[in-house]
Design a protein around this ligand. Structure first.
Ligand SMILES: NC(=O)c1ccc[n+]([C@@H]2O[C@H](COP(=O)([O-])OP(=O)(O)OC[C@H]3O[C@@H](n4cnc5c(N)ncnc54)[C@H](O)[C@@H]3O)[C@@H](O)[C@H]2O)c1
Length: 233
């Protein structure tokens, strides 16, 4: 299990949930993992930073301290469930700022970091809801569809040396998927896929590890969907 030995990975959203599982998976494959989150994460196998992915200064200051990177995973994200007719612009803007602007800022910083050594992998986290849409999730779906477009644009601009891909997970067992965050109607829908269950963070991290690893050398601009078959493209 040393496919990523000697490689350095930075993972955002690494305090918990999918980001944490991505960090664990990359470390298991031998990478040094630098953890970044709004809440200072516990170390996995490298230093940790408190940063806000939606804030250009915070992202710049963090990347100034990390040294050369081979892999960057942006898993930081937020979700707000709200009926569209009640939705203020603040909630919409907040989701665009964290999920889409954050993906842009982290990807841009990653590409700047990787450009001098001319190779690397950037992996963004979208959502199955970018493909499916969902009532009361207009801001979230729009932000995650933007992440897929961003992935494709960056993949074309930075091929063949830096590969940019995304994962679009289905419902995954993390604090995001909780009664505090979602209505009972939405939670009832979550296991509505051919596999009849929600995913585990490790199952999303496995897709991220594939995109970061030696098996994905001919992949760029792709969005792969570990979603129990909810999305079939
Ligand atoms: N859990 C799911 O069902 C699911 C499904 C599809 C996509 N996703 C996406 O996967 C990613 C991870 O989600 P999760 O389920 O692990 O959520 P989570 O809420 O459990 O964890 C998200 C992490 O991101 C961090 N974060 C939030 N805003 C941040 C910011 N501005 N700057 C830095 N860090 C910030 C949080 O502190 C938290 O540690 C998100 O992008 C989410 O949209 C989750």
């Amino acid at each position: 299990m040393s496919a990523l030995k000697g490689q350095r990975a930075l993972v955002t959203g690494a305090a918990r949930g999918i980001g944490r599982a991505c960090g664990d998976a990359l470390a298991t494959l031998g990478a040094e993992v630098i953890c970044v989150d709004l809440t200072l994460p516990k170390p996995i196998s490298g230093p940790c930073f408190q940063a806000d992915v939606s804030d250009a200064t915070s992202v710049k200051e963090t990347f100034a301290q990390v040294g050369p990177l081979d892999i960057v995973v942006n898993a930081a994200g937020i979700l707000i469930e709200e009926p569209t007719l009640d939705m203020g612009v603040d909630g919409f803007d907040k989701q665009i700022a964290v999920n889409l602007r954050g993906s842009f800022l982290i990807a841009q910083a990653a590409l700047n970091n990787m450009a001098p050594h001319g190779q690397g992998r950037v992996i963004l986290v979208a959502s199955e809801l970018a493909h499916l849409g969902r009532a009361r999730f207009a801001g979230y779906c729009a932000s995650k569809a933007g992440v897929i477009g961003l992935t494709r644009a960056l993949a074309r601009e930075f091929a063949p040396n830096i590969l940019v891909n995304a994962v679009a997970p289905g419902p995954t067992d993390t604090p995001m998927l909780s009664a505090e965050n979602m209505s009972p109607e939405t939670l009832d829908l979550e296991a509505d896929n051919p596999m009849g269950r929600i995913g585990q963070p490790s199952e999303i991290a496995a897709a991220v590890a594939f995109l970061a690893g030696p098996g994905a050398t001919f992949m760029t601009g792709q969005t792969i969907c570990p979603s129990g078959g909810a999305v079939m493209l």
